[in-house]
Design a protein around this ligand. Sequence first.
Ligand code: UT7
Length: 324
Amino acid sequence: MARHAVLAGVGGYLPKLIVTNDDLARSLDTSDEWIRERTGIRQRHIAGADETAAMMATEAARAALRRAGAGPDEVDAIILATSTPDQAFPATATRVQAALGVARGFAFDLSAACSGFIYALAVADGMIRAGQASGVLVIGAEVYSRILDWQDRTTCVLFGDGAGAVFLHAAEGPATPDAPGVVSTHLHADGRHGDILYIDGAVGQRERPGTLAMNGAAVFRHAVVNLAAAVEEALAANRLDRSAVDWLVPHQANRRIIDAMGKKLGLAPERVVVTIDRHANTSAASIPLALAEAVGDGRIRPGHLVLMEALGGGLTWGSALVRM
Ligand code: UT7
């Protein structure tokens, strides 16, 4: 019997502390005007000492389970996308598993930078289809504030912290564009461009935990080209016209990239979910956080077709098409 994955609930967590562009401009050679015009960002949430990746992921997961009307006993897998785990191991996913009181199944972290949530969703979808898991928490959780060089105005103004989660469960029958569920996912990577966005160090390198480095203009060019192709690929694979898409929930890296993808789909601006103004770029957390907001306020409703896309360090990129 064919199986597919249904998105049953979504939730998010944002740190309490809000830092505005003006706050940053007090100690950095930048301005609210530059940041807003080039990126669309007005503010970001920054994690406090107690707001670890595991803590934020657990709160987001609890919210997703609540929305799904599911208990921890229905979770048999946790896949957590992050580039900023609290520890190299154990995986942050296992910390979340323990905090939720889940004592069965499996849990692991996945590293695909800003595309992490799309990658994790694709892996979860595949495992559900294969019968390997039936209730999967897919989480993106990031504390980029801990890996930023706060003196580097070309990167530190762009990112924020947070976590988002979805709960997927198995349903009978094949995935189709008309039935609720994950319709398709498409993943890509091109490691030849690994040096345009990376962390310059690692836990394994003594005295050099690393900070984020980026050639913003190069990443921008790849994002516009590759994400446009990813959108086309998702539609063509399902023989859908762009008019079938109700919502675009894009990775939130730059307002100009988001607007270009909305235009590509011919979507009215109010059909594109934008959180970058308030959240900045929360990497793997940005898509589930945006989804949680738009489902929570009633914009995205059951039956709507949602296209998600992201590009990040690696380079990695991809798309997911989901009927809510
Ligand atoms: O999520 C993962 C994927 N990441 C992305 O998709 C990010 C893609 N890239 C971008 O979003 C944009 O390239 C940025 C927002 C990072 C930069 O925008 P840009 O229009 O490409 O600016 P730029 O890097 O070409 O810099 C233009 C100028 C430079 O000054 P000069 O050399 O022209 O004198 C920078 O030094 O702006 C300067 N600048 C700043 N000025 C004030 C760079 N950062 C700042 C700043 N405040 N924070």
